[in-house]
Write a new protein. Structure first.
Length: 441
């Protein structure tokens, strides 16, 4: 996908679009009601003031209203007071009428009531907010198909670096077709230079949400999920794309064709094309990309030269969380957390986990968390083979996954229809930590 495609689109204009003109025609009765209210407000306000003033003075038991009215009338006359109050009331009603019209037309009040349109998509409600973009539930205007729309915030759309990263996310993710990778459906630019892209809408929950709500996962289920993530990353790595932000919130569990615990890898917003010519708009020396709780040591020490093994470290850290309910390291500050990733060894998951952990799976995870990339699995395919080679006394199967979902999540309105694009950790710290990591040297 070429960058020029993102910059193409209608120029910003004060003229209404054809769709807006049609909406205006449909909302003419509402406009007439607003005008009628404006015409009726003057006599209604005069009558209301005449009726309420003595009652209010009697109820308050003070001369405040009388003194106020007398002071005004001595200088400007009683008619001036009524005119001023009438004017204030008329302005309030006019503004309220304009707000109602704008609400229905989707003008001035963005993303309200499902009336805002971006391309062929009608935005229904906000699903999530991230560092530079918001995610909305939307519906295709003609096919009525649900989608998740990621919208770059206006402040970031004016920043060349933020827009370049947004375009790169679209360009890289749209070239991936693995079934365990989020599908990019469309992209474009709306009025007021609103850049967006549409992706498939996912019903389910991400790993962060699943563990926070239901506790650590058994070893067999953890390996079942990790192997699917490896499949998604293997395609990305084959195209020299490093995700750079593998974490529990970016591993989403959903249902596909009756298959439960079906994995979708999300958010390629920090991904990088390895061995590609550096883009000046995207490259800033010393800039760290990733989430501190799950970031690889080399992403901190030498972020410009990371390779696919950084994703293996991130996946090992996510697996650690899946088995124990906590990340490999916890610290009081981001700097201390980054230092732990560089020099500290994590406790063995079996020492802190509530559930028994398969020893072979534990060895795989600790190898993924090796400080030196040369000591880890050297490819995601090798890691996938090791995971699929594990033998459990009670393997996690599709039937067990269906049983778990029907018991814990099915029919739960709090989880059904959730898109996990920009999750938070148990303390709600994900986004501030990401921003802090990006600012760290």
């Amino acid at each position: 996908m070429k960058r020029a495609a993102m910059n193409s689109g209608p120029r910003h204009s004060l003229r209404l679009t054809r769709g807006q003109r049609r909406l205006c025609k449909r909302q003419r009765p509402l406009l007439l009601i607003g005008l009628a209210l404006g015409l009726l407000i003057s006599p209604a306000a005069s009558a209301l003031i005449t009726l309420v003033s003595p009652l209010a003075e009697s109820a308050l038991g003070s001369s405040f209203i009388r003194e106020f009215v007398e002071g005004w009338t001595q200088h400007r006359g009683p008619s001036a007071l009524l005119s001023a109050l009438t004017l204030v009331g008329a302005i309030a009603v006019t503004l309220a009428s304009a707000a109602v019209v704008a609400y229905w037309l989707g003008l001035g009040l963005p993303f309200k009531g499902g009336r805002r349109r971006l391309g062929d998509y009608r935005l229904l409600r906000r699903l999530d907010s991230g560092g530079v973009a918001d995610i909305f539930l939307a519906q295709h205007a003609r096919m009525c198909r649900p989608a998740a729309i990621k919208v770059l915030r206006s402040s970031d759309s004016r920043d060349s670096g933020g827009l370049a990263r947004f375009e790169q996310e679209i360009r890289l993710a749209s070239g991936l077709t693995h079934p365990n990778t989020i599908d990019i459906l469309d992209h474009g630019r709306g009025r007021e230079n609103t850049f967006y892209y549409a992706m498939e809408y996912l019903a389910g929950l991400n790993i962060q949400q699943a563990v926070d709500r239901f506790g650590p996962m058994p070893s067999a289920r953890c390996a079942y999920i990790l192997a699917q993530v490896c499949g998604s990353l293997a395609e990305a790595h084959s195209q020299n794309i490093v995700h750079r932000d593998i974490k529990p919130a970016n591993i989403f569990l959903t249902d596909r064709g009756g298959m439960s615990d079906f994995v979708k890898v999300l958010d390629f917003g920090m991904s990088k094309k390895v061995e590609a010519e550096p883009d000046v708009a995207l490259t800033q020396p010393g800039l760290v990309f990733g989430t501190p709780l799950y970031i690889a040591p080399e992403s901190i020490m030498d972020p410009e030269n990371v390779d696919a093994r950084a994703d293996i470290y991130g996946l090992g850290a996510a697996a650690y969380f899946m088995l124990t309910g906590q990340p490999p390291f916890n610290a009081n500050s981001v700097i201390e957390l980054l230092a732990d990733h560089i020099k500290s060894e994590p406790d063995a998951p079996s020492r802190i986990a509530e559930l028994p952990i398969d020893p072979a799976l534990e060895r795989i995870i600790l190898r993924c968390l090796a400080k030196n990339p040369d000591d880890r699995f050297q490819s995601i395919r090798a890691l996938e083979a090791a995971l699929r080679g594990l033998r459990f006394e009670r393997p996690w199967t599709g039937e067990r996954a269906i049983e778990w979902w029907s018991m814990h999540v099915a029919g739960d309105e709090d989880e059904a229809g959730t898109f996990g694009g920009e999750g938070k950790d148990a303390a709600g710290r994900d986004q501030p930590e990401r921003e802090s990591a990006e600012r760290a040297a």
